[in-house]
Structure formats: C-alpha cells, structure tokens
Design a binder for this molecule. Structure first.
Ligand SMILES: C[S@@+](CC[C@H](N)C(=O)[O-])C[C@H]1O[C@@H](n2cnc3c(N)ncnc32)[C@H](O)[C@@H]1O
Length: 282
C-alpha cells in the first residue's frame, strides 16, 4: 500500500458493505468488474469526490448515489472509476496491419468510397488520432474518400479531452518526429501540442456506454476495442463481441487489447494474428 493511500485511509473509512455497494453499482452502470483487491484503488479514486462534496464518509456518498438525486454525481463517479491509460500508437502492430489493409482494400477505390472505423473505448483520443494518422499516411487519396472515424467512450471527461485534441509534450511517446511535424501544432511557449484540424475533422467524438443501445446504423470496416473488455466479465464480453460482429461489414477487422482473447465467439470471428480478428463467414 502506498503512503498516500495509508494517509488517505486515515481520513475516511471504506467498509466492505460500502465497497460492495459501489462495486455492484459500477458493474451495473459500466460492466466493469471490481474484485475485492480493488478496494484501495476505489478508495483513492473516490476520496477526491468526498472532499469536493464535503461529505463525512463513504456512507454519505453511497446514500447520495442511491438517492439518485444527482445524475451529475453518477457521471463523476463513473469518470473517477474508469481506467483511462492509453498512448499514441499503443500496440503498434495493429496500426501496421491497418495500414496494409487500407492500402490493399482502398488504394485504387473509386472517389467517395465509404470507409468507417470505430474506436470503442477511445479514452483521451490517442487511439483514434493514431488511426487517423495511419489512414492519412497509407492512403494518399484519403481526401477523395468518405472516410470517418467514430471515437466513443463512457467517460465524459475523456471524450472532452479527446475532442479537444490537446496533449502535453510528455504524452507524445509513440509519435514519431514526422507525425508530430505533419499532424500536430506545437503551442508557442507552452508544453503542449494540438492535433491539426484537418485530421481532427475526420473524427466524430461521442459519449457512449458500450452496454447501452448504439445509435449507429452503418457498418464499420474496422473496430478497435482495446483494453476495454479486460474489465468486463465473460457474459458481458460475449454479448459485446456478438454486437461488434453485427456492426462489422463483411470481412471487417476487430482489434483487441494485448491481454485479451476471443475464445467463445469463434463462429463469428476468425483469428488473423496477434489480437487481430476478422469477421467470420465473409
Ligand atoms: C484503458 S482505456 C483503453 C484506451 C484505448 N482503447 C487503448 O487501448 O489505449 C479503457 C477505456 O474504456 C472505457 N470504458 C470502460 N467501460 C466502458 C463502457 N461500458 N462503455 C464505453 N467505454 C468504456 C474507459 O472509460 C476507458 O477510457
């Protein structure tokens, strides 16, 4: 246990009943499963909410969420609980594969050909921007296509961050010098950079809970859902994979996180390499 957590624990007490209540609520709202060993993590992520709301303890926080008086707090609660770790070109082999596929499928495609990619669980946006850079690099005629990326996340603060497209220089890990020069603008006298509007305009950012209804109608050529399902239980993951298969165009690609596998949905997805799957039967 870190010193910070030990100090924080003196400030409030999170008992097992309160932790269970919060964990059940998270599961119901987001699909995220919080095992007992996540109690310290839950404590340290929520302690700021208790302070901001000037509450006396977790019992009051649970009562506030239970009373459903505050939709706003339910959103803040979910935002505090989600794990948003990401980076540009994380798991680079996915972007190499995507570049190859885009070239093979669309290099000589007619003007206005529709291409759709979904970054499901996009966090602060590094993933959809990496997809956009990959597409722009691999398809010189990209401007002639009807190319769009949908980037969604449950966490509203992440969607705002992603849509602003502004990052600290220290977060540019994974971006080559060429990418930085070609697709971003450095802040004058600051420590940040912003993704160029031309690239940003290709992406639609939306808050979306993957457990809820999806408003999208058209099919996707590729779906990135990486390091999201790892937090879900088997049945939630299975349902989600089934729905992803429905949303993919024939022969569409699914990219998942490095520690994730698809075991149960083999009739719907064919493994095509490390954490890369193709919609089966097409
Ligand atoms: C660890 S990040 C992964 C970001 C990116 N895909 C990557 O691999 O770098 C997981 C993201 O999934 C989002 N998430 C968790 N549960 C979700 C749900 N039910 N619906 C939509 N997004 C969810 C979180 O808010 C978080 O931003």
């Amino acid at each position: 246990m870190s010193v910070a957590v030990a100090q924080e624990e003196r400030e409030f007490h999170l008992d097992d009943k309160e932790f269970r209540y919060l964990a059940d609520l998270v599961k119901k709202q987001t699909g995220i499963v919080l095992a007992d060993h996540k109690k310290n993590m839950v404590y340290s992520r929520l302690v700021r909410r208790l302070r901001a709301l000037q509450l006396a303890g977790f019992d009051e926080y649970c009562a506030l969420l239970e009373s459903k008086r505050s939709n706003h707090e339910m959103g803040m609660f979910i935002n505090a609980i989600t794990t948003n770790l990401t980076r540009f070109f994380r798991e680079p082999h996915h972007f190499d594969h995507l570049a190859e596929q885009l070239k093979t499928q669309f290099e000589d495609a007619p003007t206005a050909t529709r291409i759709r990619i979904w970054s499901a669980g996009c966090s602060s946006g590094e993933e959809p921007y990496s997809i956009a850079m990959t597409a722009a690099d691999s398809l010189p005629r990209l401007a002639a296509f009807d190319f769009r990326i949908l980037a969604t996340d449950l966490d509203t603060s992440m969607v705002s961050h992603a849509s602003a497209g502004r990052y600290e220089l220290r977060d540019s890990d994974g971006l080559s010098k060429v990418h930085l020069a070609k697709w971003t603008m450095r802040e004058r006298g600051g420590n940040g950079f912003t993704v160029k509007p031309g690239l940003r305009e290709r992406i639609t950012f939306k808050q979306l809970n993957l457990l809820h209804e999806w408003p999208m109608k058209g099919k996707f050529d590729a779906i990135f859902c990486r390091n999201v399902m790892i937090y879900f239980d088997g049945p939630t993951k299975d349902r989600l994979l089934d729905r992803f298969a429905d949303m993919l165009a024939p022969g569409g690609w699914l990219y998942i996180g490095h520690s994730e596998t698809i075991l149960e949905q083999r009739d719907r997805f064919t493994p095509m390499g490390k954490t890369i799957y193709r919609k089966a039967g097409s």
